[in-house]
Design a protein around this ligand. Structure first.
Ligand SMILES: *[C@@H]1O[C@H](CO)[C@@H](O)[C@H](O)[C@H]1NC(C)=O
Ligand SMILES: *[C@@H]1O[C@H](CO)[C@@H](O)[C@H](O)[C@H]1NC(C)=O
Ligand SMILES: *[C@@H]1O[C@H](CO)[C@@H](O)[C@H](O)[C@H]1NC(C)=O
Ligand SMILES: *[C@@H]1O[C@H](CO)[C@@H](O)[C@H](O)[C@H]1NC(C)=O
Length: 525
């Protein structure tokens, strides 16, 4: 529960004791030194208050100075006291992010338990950690598989730490390390730049909504430091410290060595490239934690090893991996019949993104609520209990999952757009359709164009076939008899129904539906 306290000249000692009591009871205090008091004695009291509250540290708090109306000397004094407080922007500093991740099924392995104690609230005066996750620019958009990295970074942000997203611009030039595409044709710098800007934009959009302050998130590209590294320097500064035996024993390497095509030297070196990224970020940017999917374990430990050997520091760098997102049948979650679940709205509309989560099976929904949303565990437990009660409306938990995650990825506007399209496309929906709404969902559902005079007076059964919605007139007739054929969301019962002028919405479009799922937008020209 956030606890707000406005420090003003009057009633300060009462406010102070109330705040202290609330903080002692585990509340989050937000200090807003709204108007610093005008007389020296009250100003000192505000300093004393901050000093006194420090005795309760570690506690989650925020402070904020606004509209100084008095002598800046006095405000500076209060600011100096405040700046000595353990952590600034965190509202959740008392929560141990490692424990949160563990409770939510987002923790697979840690390189050492040191990270757990660094994150624990009994480690006061600990500055915020800087945490990084790498993203390879192998496509022009991120997909669902990348989302867990962004979610884990967001949990660190929520617990008062800072996030760095590292785009692999250098590693992207080297080629696909997994050797999936055996030989890269000549390097296509244009698509590489497009890919980098596409995924940077998505990360920026999502993380900036999750960030308490703009400076708690940065996006870096490793090409910035790799472009000037010469081979001889690399061998001297990095290669000398890397043990080939260790590199060979990594599972991903062993697997590739056993395969028919073997492994290229470039691919073998990939773990050193990624390992050195961590060295660079540790040294130059104060980054001490790397997170990644469980398939990144070898690359992450290559980094912590190099930091130990090159910089000769023990236990200062940490790695954390999260599990892959699997369905309960063991297959990978994140692919639909039409391909990957992209995070960029230009590749997959918010409506289709929303629908994908809406149709998650009941067996998976609770686990996904924990992993993919920020809802409290109590709330998720309540949704789970409701699923077993009589009268449960099917897909209520899925709806919540779809809403939370669509809002996280596409923002409130994206969610509104998805909900609007969902409602407009719901058979039997009462909302009045207009051409603009239908145009808006034009990307979400299949569409076709037919000339006006061909459509007018055509029977609905014929239109269902000529538009491509159904395969044959007999199939259309059968569906109509079953009550599954809809024109502009209204069910049609008569086989004789012909398209009239007022069925063509705003003289431009018709919406046909076959059952709940199959739609066709007929653009009339
Ligand atoms: C950029 O993305 C496209 C697909 O969107 C992919 O075919 C291409 O290989 C990517 N470029 C690099 C350098 O990975
Ligand atoms: C603090 O953490 C809890 C979950 O432990 C979360 O629900 C809440 O939104 C977080 N508060 C902030 C301000 O991030
Ligand atoms: C390093 O990352 C690449 C790219 O994701 C992956 O193909 C490879 O298996 C990883 N290697 C190790 C040793 O973790
Ligand atoms: C759409 O079709 C329905 C069903 O025939 C009709 O009642 C309605 O007037 C048509 N036009 C609009 C704008 O909904």
């Amino acid at each position: 529960m956030p606890f707000y306290i406005y420090l003003a000249a009057e009633g300060m000692s009462m406010a102070a004791s109330a705040a202290a009591a609330a903080v002692g009871a585990g509340a989050v205090a937000l200090f807003r030194l709204n108007r610093l008091p005008s007389s020296p004695s009250t100003s000192y009291r505000s300093c004393l208050l901050l000093k006194g509250l420090r005795a309760f540290a570690p506690f989650p708090y925020r402070y904020h100075f606004a509209s100084y109306s008095t002598s800046s000397l006095l405000s500076q004094e209060a600011a100096a006291v405040a700046s000595q407080l353990p952590r600034s922007h965190a509202a959740n500093t008392s929560s141990n992010v490692v424990e949160i991740l563990e409770q939510r099924g987002l923790l697979e392995s840690l390189t050492s338990d040191g990270l757990r104690s660094v994150c624990s609230s009994s480690a006061p005066n600990q500055p915020p950690l800087r945490v990084y996750c790498g993203f390879d620019p192998t496509a022009d958009s991120l997909h669902l598989g990348n989302l867990l990295g962004i979610i884990v970074l967001s949990w660190f942000l929520r617990c008062g730490h800072r996030a760095v997203a590292l785009i692999g611009g250098a590693t992207g030039r080297v080629g696909d390390p997994s050797g999936k595409s055996s030989e890269r044709p000549e390097l296509d710098l244009e698509t590489l730049h497009k890919n980098i800007s596409g995924i940077s934009a998505t990360i920026r959009h999502i993380l900036s909504r999750a960030a308490p302050t703009p400076d708690s998130v940065s996006i870096l590209n490793n090409y910035e430091w790799w472009k000037d590294v010469r081979l001889l320097d690399f061998l001297k500064d990095v290669g000398r410290y890397a043990r080939v035996g260790t590199m060979m024993s990594k599972e991903s390497v062993r697997k590739r060595l056993e395969s028919d095509q073997g492994m290229s030297y470039t691919e073998f070196t990939y773990q050193l490239l990624q390992g050195y990224d961590f060295v660079h970020l540790f040294r130059q940017e104060g980054v001490s934690v790397q997170i990644g999917g469980s398939d990144q374990w070898g690359n992450i430990t290559a980094g912590t090893d190099l930091i130990r050997r090159i910089l000769r520091v023990e236990g200062a760098a940490h790695g954390l991996t999260f599990p892959l997102l699997l369905k309960s049948d063991g297959t990978k979650f994140g692919k639909s019949e039409d391909g990957a679940i992209w995070l960029s709205p230009s590749k997959l509309t918010p409506y289709n993104f929303y629908q994908y989560f809406f149709s998650v099976p009941d067996d998976d929904v609770v686990r996904f609520l924990k992993m993919l949303t920020f809802l409290s565990l109590e709330e998720i437990a309540r949704l789970e209990r409701d699923m077993d009660t009589p009268g449960y409306v099917p897909n209520t938990a899925q709806r919540r999952l779809a809403e939370e995650i669509t809002r996280f990825v596409h923002g409130q506007e994206g969610l509104d757009e998805a909900l609007k399209a969902t409602e407009a496309l719901r058979p039997g929906a009462a909302t009045k359709l207009d051409a603009k709404t239908i145009e808006g969902i034009g990307e979400d559902v299949p569409s076709c164009s037919l000339p006006y005079d061909q459509v007018l007076s055509l029977s609905l059964l014929d239109l269902s076939v000529s538009s491509g919605l159904l395969e044959s007139k007999s199939a259309a007739r059968r569906l109509l008899k079953q009550g599954g054929l809809y024109l502009n969301n209204s069910r049609v019962d008569s086989e004789a129904k012909k398209i009239e002028a007022n069925d063509i919405i705003d003289g431009k479009v018709i919406l046909l539906s076959a059952g709940k799922k199959n739609k066709m937008v007929v653009r009339v020209s």
